[in-house]
Design a protein around this ligand. Structure first.
Ligand code: FRU
Length: 472
Protein backbone atom coordinates (compact mmCIF):
# COMPACT_ATOMS: atom_id res chain seq x y z
CA UNK A 1 0.00 0.00 0.00
CA UNK A 2 1.22 3.47 -0.84
CA UNK A 3 0.36 5.89 1.91
CA UNK A 4 -0.61 9.42 0.96
CA UNK A 5 0.44 12.34 3.15
CA UNK A 6 -3.13 12.67 4.37
CA UNK A 7 -3.10 9.03 5.48
CA UNK A 8 0.30 9.26 7.11
CA UNK A 9 -0.31 12.43 9.07
CA UNK A 10 -3.55 11.42 10.78
CA UNK A 11 -3.83 11.81 14.51
CA UNK A 12 -5.29 9.19 16.80
CA UNK A 13 -7.86 11.83 17.70
CA UNK A 14 -9.38 11.49 14.22
CA UNK A 15 -9.65 7.72 14.29
CA UNK A 16 -12.88 6.03 15.33
CA UNK A 17 -13.03 3.24 17.90
CA UNK A 18 -14.27 0.95 15.15
CA UNK A 19 -11.29 1.70 12.92
CA UNK A 20 -8.90 0.98 15.79
CA UNK A 21 -10.72 -2.27 16.48
CA UNK A 22 -10.28 -3.34 12.85
CA UNK A 23 -6.55 -2.55 13.07
CA UNK A 24 -6.22 -4.45 16.35
CA UNK A 25 -7.92 -7.49 14.87
CA UNK A 26 -5.64 -7.43 11.84
CA UNK A 27 -2.55 -7.16 14.07
CA UNK A 28 -3.71 -9.89 16.42
CA UNK A 29 -4.12 -12.25 13.46
CA UNK A 30 -0.43 -11.90 12.61
CA UNK A 31 2.01 -14.74 13.03
CA UNK A 32 5.28 -13.65 14.69
CA UNK A 33 3.68 -11.58 17.49
CA UNK A 34 6.01 -11.44 20.47
CA UNK A 35 5.55 -13.21 23.78
CA UNK A 36 7.76 -11.19 26.16
CA UNK A 37 8.96 -8.16 24.21
CA UNK A 38 7.39 -4.70 24.13
CA UNK A 39 5.52 -4.48 20.82
CA UNK A 40 2.94 -2.04 19.44
CA UNK A 41 -0.78 -2.93 19.75
CA UNK A 42 -1.13 -1.83 16.10
CA UNK A 43 1.00 0.15 13.67
CA UNK A 44 4.68 0.96 13.90
CA UNK A 45 6.97 1.22 16.92
CA UNK A 46 10.38 2.83 16.66
CA UNK A 47 12.75 4.48 19.15
CA UNK A 48 12.48 3.98 22.92
CA UNK A 49 11.74 7.37 24.52
CA UNK A 50 11.52 8.96 27.97
CA UNK A 51 13.07 5.99 29.80
CA UNK A 52 12.93 7.06 33.48
CA UNK A 53 12.58 5.60 36.95
CA UNK A 54 9.79 7.51 38.61
CA UNK A 55 7.37 6.86 41.48
CA UNK A 56 8.51 3.28 42.06
CA UNK A 57 8.48 2.19 38.44
CA UNK A 58 10.45 2.25 35.24
CA UNK A 59 8.55 4.31 32.68
CA UNK A 60 9.27 3.65 29.06
CA UNK A 61 7.67 5.28 26.04
CA UNK A 62 8.16 4.61 22.37
CA UNK A 63 7.67 6.30 19.04
CA UNK A 64 4.34 5.10 17.70
CA UNK A 65 2.39 5.53 14.48
CA UNK A 66 -0.89 3.80 15.35
CA UNK A 67 -2.39 3.31 11.91
CA UNK A 68 0.02 1.12 9.99
CA UNK A 69 3.59 -0.11 9.45
CA UNK A 70 4.90 3.22 8.13
CA UNK A 71 6.65 6.26 9.59
CA UNK A 72 3.61 8.53 9.82
CA UNK A 73 2.51 10.99 12.51
CA UNK A 74 4.52 9.94 15.55
CA UNK A 75 2.78 9.68 18.92
CA UNK A 76 4.31 8.39 22.18
CA UNK A 77 3.03 5.12 23.67
CA UNK A 78 3.63 4.38 27.37
CA UNK A 79 4.42 1.21 29.34
CA UNK A 80 5.73 0.86 32.90
CA UNK A 81 7.28 -1.83 35.07
CA UNK A 82 8.59 -2.38 38.58
CA UNK A 83 11.03 -5.09 37.47
CA UNK A 84 11.98 -4.35 33.82
CA UNK A 85 10.39 -7.66 32.79
CA UNK A 86 6.63 -7.46 33.36
CA UNK A 87 5.28 -4.35 31.63
CA UNK A 88 1.95 -2.64 32.24
CA UNK A 89 0.27 -1.19 29.17
CA UNK A 90 -0.53 2.48 29.83
CA UNK A 91 -1.75 3.42 26.38
CA UNK A 92 -0.97 6.47 24.29
CA UNK A 93 0.69 9.24 26.32
CA UNK A 94 1.45 11.95 23.79
CA UNK A 95 -0.70 12.94 20.86
CA UNK A 96 0.90 15.71 18.78
CA UNK A 97 -1.57 18.59 18.61
CA UNK A 98 0.30 21.85 18.39
CA UNK A 99 1.89 23.71 15.52
CA UNK A 100 5.40 22.75 16.69
CA UNK A 101 4.70 19.01 16.59
CA UNK A 102 2.13 19.04 13.79
CA UNK A 103 4.18 16.40 11.91
CA UNK A 104 5.21 14.29 14.84
CA UNK A 105 6.19 14.17 18.50
CA UNK A 106 9.66 12.86 17.76
CA UNK A 107 12.11 11.21 20.12
CA UNK A 108 13.17 12.54 23.47
CA UNK A 109 14.08 11.67 27.03
CA UNK A 110 12.64 11.72 30.54
CA UNK A 111 13.86 13.22 33.83
CA UNK A 112 12.33 13.81 37.24
CA UNK A 113 12.04 17.29 38.78
CA UNK A 114 9.90 18.19 41.80
CA UNK A 115 8.42 14.71 41.92
CA UNK A 116 7.12 15.05 38.40
CA UNK A 117 8.16 13.08 35.34
CA UNK A 118 9.30 15.59 32.73
CA UNK A 119 10.15 14.87 29.12
CA UNK A 120 11.95 16.84 26.44
CA UNK A 121 11.15 15.78 22.89
CA UNK A 122 11.43 17.09 19.36
CA UNK A 123 8.47 18.75 17.75
CA UNK A 124 8.58 18.03 14.04
CA UNK A 125 6.78 20.63 11.95
CA UNK A 126 6.44 20.87 8.18
CA UNK A 127 5.32 23.96 6.33
CA UNK A 128 2.94 23.77 3.36
CA UNK A 129 5.93 23.47 1.04
CA UNK A 130 7.18 20.61 3.23
CA UNK A 131 10.10 22.50 4.78
CA UNK A 132 11.02 20.92 8.09
CA UNK A 133 11.25 22.85 11.34
CA UNK A 134 12.43 21.18 14.55
CA UNK A 135 11.99 22.52 18.08
CA UNK A 136 12.58 20.97 21.48
CA UNK A 137 9.54 20.84 23.74
CA UNK A 138 9.19 20.14 27.47
CA UNK A 139 6.18 18.29 28.83
CA UNK A 140 5.09 16.70 32.10
CA UNK A 141 3.26 13.45 32.75
CA UNK A 142 -0.13 14.06 34.39
CA UNK A 143 -2.91 11.49 34.66
CA UNK A 144 -1.24 9.26 32.13
CA UNK A 145 -0.82 11.93 29.44
CA UNK A 146 2.16 14.13 28.64
CA UNK A 147 1.02 17.74 28.82
CA UNK A 148 3.04 20.29 26.98
CA UNK A 149 4.71 22.86 29.23
CA UNK A 150 6.96 25.03 27.08
CA UNK A 151 9.00 25.19 23.91
CA UNK A 152 12.45 25.05 25.44
CA UNK A 153 14.55 25.39 22.28
CA UNK A 154 12.44 27.01 19.55
CA UNK A 155 15.09 27.39 16.85
CA UNK A 156 18.18 25.90 15.33
CA UNK A 157 21.49 27.67 16.06
CA UNK A 158 23.50 29.02 13.11
CA UNK A 159 25.61 26.41 11.40
CA UNK A 160 23.10 23.51 11.65
CA UNK A 161 20.23 22.22 9.52
CA UNK A 162 16.67 21.35 10.59
CA UNK A 163 17.90 17.81 11.25
CA UNK A 164 18.19 18.71 14.90
CA UNK A 165 16.47 16.33 17.31
CA UNK A 166 16.25 13.69 20.05
CA UNK A 167 17.26 15.69 23.17
CA UNK A 168 18.55 13.74 26.14
CA UNK A 169 18.38 15.71 29.39
CA UNK A 170 20.36 15.12 32.58
CA UNK A 171 21.01 17.05 35.75
CA UNK A 172 24.28 17.88 37.48
CA UNK A 173 23.88 19.56 40.89
CA UNK A 174 20.78 21.56 39.98
CA UNK A 175 21.89 22.43 36.44
CA UNK A 176 20.23 20.75 33.49
CA UNK A 177 22.06 19.75 30.34
CA UNK A 178 20.59 18.58 27.06
CA UNK A 179 22.50 16.83 24.28
CA UNK A 180 20.87 17.02 20.85
CA UNK A 181 21.55 15.10 17.62
CA UNK A 182 22.44 17.44 14.78
CA UNK A 183 23.60 17.96 11.23
CA UNK A 184 26.01 20.75 10.31
CA UNK A 185 25.18 22.87 7.28
CA UNK A 186 27.97 21.04 5.45
CA UNK A 187 25.87 17.87 5.95
CA UNK A 188 28.04 16.12 8.49
CA UNK A 189 26.68 14.75 11.77
CA UNK A 190 27.50 15.81 15.32
CA UNK A 191 25.93 16.44 18.74
CA UNK A 192 25.43 19.76 20.51
CA UNK A 193 24.90 20.82 24.12
CA UNK A 194 22.52 23.14 25.97
CA UNK A 195 22.34 24.19 29.60
CA UNK A 196 19.51 25.52 31.77
CA UNK A 197 18.91 26.24 35.43
CA UNK A 198 15.11 26.68 35.25
CA UNK A 199 14.01 24.52 32.27
CA UNK A 200 12.72 27.66 30.52
CA UNK A 201 15.86 29.43 29.32
CA UNK A 202 18.28 27.16 27.49
CA UNK A 203 21.77 28.38 26.60
CA UNK A 204 23.48 26.93 23.56
CA UNK A 205 26.92 25.71 24.65
CA UNK A 206 28.10 24.60 21.20
CA UNK A 207 29.15 21.35 19.67
CA UNK A 208 30.67 18.43 21.51
CA UNK A 209 34.20 18.37 20.11
CA UNK A 210 35.11 14.81 19.21
CA UNK A 211 37.76 13.32 16.94
CA UNK A 212 34.98 12.16 14.61
CA UNK A 213 34.77 15.35 12.54
CA UNK A 214 33.59 13.57 9.40
CA UNK A 215 31.53 10.61 10.52
CA UNK A 216 28.29 10.32 8.57
CA UNK A 217 25.71 12.96 7.67
CA UNK A 218 23.52 12.90 10.80
CA UNK A 219 23.82 11.68 14.38
CA UNK A 220 20.49 10.62 15.88
CA UNK A 221 19.44 9.74 19.42
CA UNK A 222 22.45 10.79 21.53
CA UNK A 223 22.77 9.72 25.15
CA UNK A 224 25.55 10.57 27.56
CA UNK A 225 26.22 9.25 31.05
CA UNK A 226 28.94 8.51 33.55
CA UNK A 227 29.85 5.00 34.53
CA UNK A 228 32.81 3.97 36.73
CA UNK A 229 34.21 7.51 36.51
CA UNK A 230 34.17 7.60 32.68
CA UNK A 231 31.76 9.16 30.22
CA UNK A 232 29.97 7.14 27.60
CA UNK A 233 28.47 8.87 24.57
CA UNK A 234 25.98 6.76 22.64
CA UNK A 235 24.61 7.90 19.29
CA UNK A 236 23.21 6.54 16.04
CA UNK A 237 25.15 7.90 13.05
CA UNK A 238 23.73 7.75 9.55
CA UNK A 239 25.86 7.54 6.42
CA UNK A 240 28.74 5.32 7.56
CA UNK A 241 30.18 3.02 4.90
CA UNK A 242 30.54 -0.71 5.63
CA UNK A 243 34.10 -1.64 6.50
CA UNK A 244 35.27 -5.23 7.07
CA UNK A 245 32.79 -6.83 9.44
CA UNK A 246 31.51 -3.46 10.67
CA UNK A 247 28.67 -1.14 9.77
CA UNK A 248 26.61 -3.43 7.56
CA UNK A 249 23.17 -2.21 8.60
CA UNK A 250 21.49 0.72 6.86
CA UNK A 251 22.33 2.91 9.91
CA UNK A 252 24.59 2.27 12.88
CA UNK A 253 24.53 2.81 16.59
CA UNK A 254 27.50 2.76 18.87
CA UNK A 255 29.45 4.51 21.58
CA UNK A 256 32.58 6.33 22.61
CA UNK A 257 34.08 6.16 26.09
CA UNK A 258 36.31 8.83 27.59
CA UNK A 259 35.91 12.15 29.31
CA UNK A 260 33.50 14.96 28.45
CA UNK A 261 34.60 18.34 29.79
CA UNK A 262 31.43 20.41 30.25
CA UNK A 263 33.45 23.63 30.44
CA UNK A 264 35.19 23.24 27.08
CA UNK A 265 32.81 20.71 25.40
CA UNK A 266 35.86 18.63 24.54
CA UNK A 267 35.24 14.91 24.60
CA UNK A 268 38.49 12.92 24.65
CA UNK A 269 37.69 9.39 23.70
CA UNK A 270 38.71 6.03 22.27
CA UNK A 271 37.43 4.38 19.08
CA UNK A 272 33.78 4.20 18.04
CA UNK A 273 32.39 0.77 18.85
CA UNK A 274 29.12 -0.69 17.61
CA UNK A 275 26.72 -1.60 20.40
CA UNK A 276 25.31 -4.62 18.62
CA UNK A 277 26.57 -6.75 15.73
CA UNK A 278 23.13 -8.07 14.73
CA UNK A 279 20.88 -7.03 11.87
CA UNK A 280 18.11 -5.18 13.68
CA UNK A 281 19.19 -2.69 16.31
CA UNK A 282 18.98 1.11 16.43
CA UNK A 283 18.38 4.26 18.47
CA UNK A 284 19.01 2.90 21.99
CA UNK A 285 18.35 4.93 25.13
CA UNK A 286 19.46 4.42 28.74
CA UNK A 287 18.30 5.29 32.21
CA UNK A 288 19.82 4.91 35.65
CA UNK A 289 18.32 3.66 38.89
CA UNK A 290 20.01 2.51 42.10
CA UNK A 291 23.40 2.72 40.44
CA UNK A 292 22.36 0.48 37.54
CA UNK A 293 22.55 1.79 33.96
CA UNK A 294 19.93 0.09 31.79
CA UNK A 295 19.76 0.25 27.97
CA UNK A 296 16.83 -0.50 25.69
CA UNK A 297 17.02 -0.29 21.90
CA UNK A 298 14.69 -0.38 18.94
CA UNK A 299 14.73 -3.88 17.45
CA UNK A 300 14.37 -2.56 13.94
CA UNK A 301 15.72 -0.02 11.48
CA UNK A 302 14.29 2.79 9.39
CA UNK A 303 13.53 2.42 5.68
CA UNK A 304 13.33 -1.37 5.66
CA UNK A 305 10.25 -3.45 4.94
CA UNK A 306 9.55 -6.25 7.40
CA UNK A 307 7.30 -9.28 6.83
CA UNK A 308 4.82 -8.16 9.53
CA UNK A 309 4.02 -5.04 7.47
CA UNK A 310 1.29 -6.93 5.67
CA UNK A 311 -0.44 -7.50 9.02
CA UNK A 312 -0.38 -3.78 9.77
CA UNK A 313 2.31 -3.63 12.44
CA UNK A 314 6.09 -3.49 12.76
CA UNK A 315 8.91 -3.81 15.32
CA UNK A 316 9.52 -4.19 19.03
CA UNK A 317 11.94 -2.96 21.69
CA UNK A 318 14.94 -5.04 22.74
CA UNK A 319 15.20 -6.63 26.15
CA UNK A 320 16.68 -4.32 28.77
CA UNK A 321 20.45 -4.69 29.17
CA UNK A 322 22.56 -3.70 32.13
CA UNK A 323 25.72 -1.79 31.26
CA UNK A 324 29.05 -1.73 33.02
CA UNK A 325 32.52 -0.57 32.08
CA UNK A 326 35.20 -3.19 32.64
CA UNK A 327 38.81 -2.68 31.50
CA UNK A 328 37.68 0.17 29.27
CA UNK A 329 35.10 -2.01 27.49
CA UNK A 330 31.37 -1.56 27.74
CA UNK A 331 29.75 -4.81 28.86
CA UNK A 332 26.09 -5.46 28.15
CA UNK A 333 24.30 -8.19 30.06
CA UNK A 334 20.63 -9.13 30.08
CA UNK A 335 19.09 -7.78 33.31
CA UNK A 336 19.10 -10.56 35.95
CA UNK A 337 15.35 -10.04 36.39
CA UNK A 338 14.92 -12.00 33.13
CA UNK A 339 15.21 -15.15 35.25
CA UNK A 340 11.68 -14.43 36.52
CA UNK A 341 10.37 -15.47 33.11
CA UNK A 342 11.81 -18.98 33.32
CA UNK A 343 9.05 -21.57 33.26
CA UNK A 344 11.10 -24.72 33.73
CA UNK A 345 13.94 -26.38 31.85
CA UNK A 346 13.39 -27.95 28.46
CA UNK A 347 17.03 -28.98 28.00
CA UNK A 348 20.00 -29.60 30.26
CA UNK A 349 22.68 -31.63 28.52
CA UNK A 350 26.38 -31.78 27.89
CA UNK A 351 27.28 -33.32 24.57
CA UNK A 352 28.87 -32.92 21.13
CA UNK A 353 25.56 -33.36 19.30
CA UNK A 354 22.04 -32.49 20.19
CA UNK A 355 18.82 -32.11 18.26
CA UNK A 356 15.58 -31.42 20.11
CA UNK A 357 12.23 -29.66 19.85
CA UNK A 358 12.02 -26.28 21.56
CA UNK A 359 9.19 -24.17 22.89
CA UNK A 360 8.29 -21.18 20.73
CA UNK A 361 9.94 -18.82 23.24
CA UNK A 362 12.88 -19.58 25.45
CA UNK A 363 16.22 -18.69 27.00
CA UNK A 364 19.27 -20.84 26.26
CA UNK A 365 22.77 -20.87 27.73
CA UNK A 366 25.57 -22.56 25.83
CA UNK A 367 28.98 -23.03 27.47
CA UNK A 368 31.79 -24.48 25.43
CA UNK A 369 35.50 -25.06 25.73
CA UNK A 370 36.20 -22.45 23.07
CA UNK A 371 36.32 -24.91 20.15
CA UNK A 372 34.34 -24.81 16.89
CA UNK A 373 30.60 -25.32 16.92
CA UNK A 374 27.46 -24.79 14.90
CA UNK A 375 24.16 -24.06 16.56
CA UNK A 376 20.93 -23.95 14.57
CA UNK A 377 17.93 -22.21 16.07
CA UNK A 378 14.31 -21.94 14.92
CA UNK A 379 14.87 -24.97 12.74
CA UNK A 380 11.80 -26.02 10.81
CA UNK A 381 11.97 -28.08 7.63
CA UNK A 382 15.25 -27.14 5.99
CA UNK A 383 15.29 -23.57 7.29
CA UNK A 384 17.14 -22.41 10.39
CA UNK A 385 19.10 -19.54 11.84
CA UNK A 386 22.73 -20.66 12.03
CA UNK A 387 25.23 -19.45 14.63
CA UNK A 388 28.69 -20.70 13.76
CA UNK A 389 31.96 -20.32 15.65
CA UNK A 390 35.32 -20.91 13.99
CA UNK A 391 38.07 -20.83 16.55
CA UNK A 392 41.01 -20.47 14.21
CA UNK A 393 39.59 -17.41 12.50
CA UNK A 394 38.06 -16.30 15.84
CA UNK A 395 34.86 -15.66 13.92
CA UNK A 396 31.36 -15.85 15.29
CA UNK A 397 28.90 -15.71 12.39
CA UNK A 398 25.16 -15.34 12.46
CA UNK A 399 23.68 -16.59 9.23
CA UNK A 400 20.09 -15.75 8.40
CA UNK A 401 20.36 -16.72 4.72
CA UNK A 402 17.83 -19.53 5.07
CA UNK A 403 16.03 -18.61 8.26
CA UNK A 404 12.45 -18.12 7.16
CA UNK A 405 10.93 -15.27 5.21
CA UNK A 406 13.76 -13.20 3.73
CA UNK A 407 13.88 -9.41 4.12
CA UNK A 408 16.50 -6.65 3.98
CA UNK A 409 18.71 -9.05 2.01
CA UNK A 410 20.35 -6.16 0.15
CA UNK A 411 22.26 -5.52 3.41
CA UNK A 412 23.63 -9.08 3.45
CA UNK A 413 22.39 -12.20 5.23
CA UNK A 414 25.32 -12.84 7.58
CA UNK A 415 26.95 -10.83 10.36
CA UNK A 416 30.35 -11.71 11.81
CA UNK A 417 32.19 -10.64 14.93
CA UNK A 418 35.85 -11.39 15.56
CA UNK A 419 35.92 -12.66 19.13
CA UNK A 420 37.01 -15.67 21.20
CA UNK A 421 33.80 -17.42 22.21
CA UNK A 422 33.30 -19.55 25.29
CA UNK A 423 29.61 -18.98 25.92
CA UNK A 424 26.40 -17.72 24.38
CA UNK A 425 23.31 -16.55 26.20
CA UNK A 426 20.31 -16.51 23.90
CA UNK A 427 16.81 -15.13 24.21
CA UNK A 428 14.46 -16.39 21.55
CA UNK A 429 10.98 -14.94 21.09
CA UNK A 430 8.52 -15.78 18.31
CA UNK A 431 10.38 -13.68 15.73
CA UNK A 432 13.58 -12.47 17.38
CA UNK A 433 16.90 -13.63 18.76
CA UNK A 434 19.14 -11.71 21.14
CA UNK A 435 22.54 -13.35 21.44
CA UNK A 436 24.85 -12.26 24.30
CA UNK A 437 28.43 -13.48 23.92
CA UNK A 438 30.75 -14.39 26.85
CA UNK A 439 28.90 -12.77 29.69
CA UNK A 440 28.38 -9.38 28.07
CA UNK A 441 31.37 -8.98 25.71
CA UNK A 442 29.14 -8.52 22.64
CA UNK A 443 25.49 -8.73 21.62
CA UNK A 444 23.69 -9.46 18.37
CA UNK A 445 20.01 -8.63 17.97
CA UNK A 446 17.97 -9.79 15.02
CA UNK A 447 14.52 -10.59 13.71
CA UNK A 448 13.69 -13.92 12.11
CA UNK A 449 10.37 -14.84 10.50
CA UNK A 450 10.12 -18.64 10.54
CA UNK A 451 7.51 -20.27 8.33
CA UNK A 452 6.26 -22.64 11.02
CA UNK A 453 5.63 -22.68 14.76
CA UNK A 454 7.18 -26.13 15.21
CA UNK A 455 10.84 -25.46 15.90
CA UNK A 456 13.97 -27.29 16.89
CA UNK A 457 17.55 -26.60 17.87
CA UNK A 458 20.53 -28.56 16.60
CA UNK A 459 24.02 -28.39 18.06
CA UNK A 460 27.14 -29.90 16.52
CA UNK A 461 30.67 -29.29 17.75
CA UNK A 462 33.06 -29.74 20.62
CA UNK A 463 31.49 -30.83 23.87
CA UNK A 464 29.29 -28.08 25.24
CA UNK A 465 26.63 -27.75 27.86
CA UNK A 466 23.22 -26.47 26.83
CA UNK A 467 20.66 -25.40 29.39
CA UNK A 468 17.35 -23.93 28.28
CA UNK A 469 14.22 -22.57 29.93
CA UNK A 470 10.80 -22.19 28.40
CA UNK A 471 9.25 -18.70 28.43
CA UNK A 472 5.55 -17.84 28.22
C1 FRU B 1 15.43 7.59 14.84
C2 FRU B 1 14.51 8.75 14.49
C3 FRU B 1 14.78 9.94 15.38
C4 FRU B 1 13.48 10.67 15.33
C5 FRU B 1 12.48 9.55 15.31
C6 FRU B 1 11.22 9.83 14.55
O1 FRU B 1 14.89 6.36 14.45
O2 FRU B 1 14.66 9.10 13.13
O3 FRU B 1 15.88 10.72 14.99
O4 FRU B 1 13.29 11.52 16.42
O5 FRU B 1 13.14 8.45 14.73
O6 FRU B 1 10.31 8.79 14.73
Amino acid sequence: MNWTKAERYRSLRDVSALEMEVLRTKTAASPWRFGYHIQPPTGLLNDPNGFTYYDGEYHLFYQWFPLGPVHGLKHWYHVSSTDLVHWTDRGVALVPETKEDSHGAYSGSGFVVDDTLHVMYTGNHRTDDWTRHASQIIGVLRDGMIERRNVAIPDIPAGYTEHFRDPKVWEVAGTFYAIVGAQRTDETGCVVLYRSTDLNEWTFLGEVKTELEQFGYMWECPDVFEINGQHVLIFSPQGIEASGHRYHNIYQSGYLTGHLDLNTNVFSHGTFEELDFGFDFYAPQTTEHNGRRILVGWMGLPEIEYPTDRYGWAHALTLPRELSLEDGMLKQRPVPEMKKLRQGEFVNETDTYLEIDTPERYELELSSTGEDFELELMKTGDESLVIRYEKEARELTIDRTNAGEPFATEFGTTRTKVIDVTSLHLFVDSSSVECFVNDGDAVATLRVFPSDNEKRIRYVGAEASLVGWKYE
